[in-house]
Design a protein around this ligand. Structure first.
Ligand SMILES: C[S@@+](CC[C@H](N)C(=O)[O-])C[C@H]1O[C@@H](n2cnc3c(N)ncnc32)[C@H](O)[C@@H]1O
Length: 200
């Protein structure tokens, strides 16, 4: 589901870039990327996460996708010319990823699953495109933050079948994504690194 005006303002904001910088540094401490890694960022928004990933974690390439063509256009403008060969953008849907199975070394997903109506399908798509041993770097929010008595009037999200901490962790585990480490405020949200079984 695309963002409304209020959430566009929240994510296309310098404060969000500072916050994502913290997330990327923590991800790198838990499980660094390798220089040969090709990674996918789902729901990339205007591309700040993809830029931070290239600058701080140094993969070979980031495929950055979003449902919203306006975000993709912003992303193409946001990335400095010197980084453009490292990041490719496309419009797509996380519920049906246009990538071969076991083709990605890592998937980054910053605050996107709670926007997806069939989020369990999205989790299974992420698992499908990851190589054995590949990692999911995840930031997610829970309904107490985005569907409370204030935010439910300001923000637009799917309303059916939303997940809390235990639902999300159970779905990730059932899909075959094992938790390596997490920072979590149980009512608010989670930052987590997970791994698909197998690999080196
Ligand atoms: C809260 S924003 C986060 C943007 C960016 N990842 C960030 O952290 O600043 C959620 C993003 O997910 C995108 N999105 C929502 N549903 C999607 C889907 N089914 N497939 C791909 N992107 C989706 C939205 O267009 C939006 O850009």
């Amino acid at each position: 589901m695309k963002l409304n005006w209020a959430e566009r303002w929240v994510v296309n904001n310098p404060v969000r870039v500072l916050e994502q910088g913290f997330h990327v540094r923590w991800f790198g401490r838990v499980k660094p990327l390798r220089a040969r890694d090709v990674v996918l960022e789902v729901g990339c928004g205007r591309g700040a996460g993809a830029v931070l990933t290239v600058e701080q974690l140094g993969p070979a390439h980031v495929c950055a996708m979003d449902l919203d063509h306006q975000m993709i256009r912003r992303g193409m403008r946001y990335v400095a010319p010197s980084l453009r060969s490292k990041i490719s953008f496309y419009v797509g849907d996380l519920e049906s990823l246009p990538h071969a199975s076991a083709s990605m070394d890592a998937v980054f997903c910053y605050g996107v699953l709670h926007h997806v109506p069939d989020w369990r399908r999205a989790v299974s798509e992420i698992h499908r495109v990851l190589k054995p041993g590949g990692s999911l770097y995840l930031e997610e929010l829970y309904p107490a933050l985005y569907q409370n008595f204030i935010t439910r009037h300001l923000l637009a999200h799917p309303e059916e079948d939303r997940f809390r901490s235990s639902d999300l962790k159970a779905a990730l585990d059932a899909a075959g994504l094992k938790l390596l480490d997490a920072l979590e405020l149980k009512a608010v949200g989670i930052l987590a690194v997970l791994s698909k079984a197998g690999g080196e």
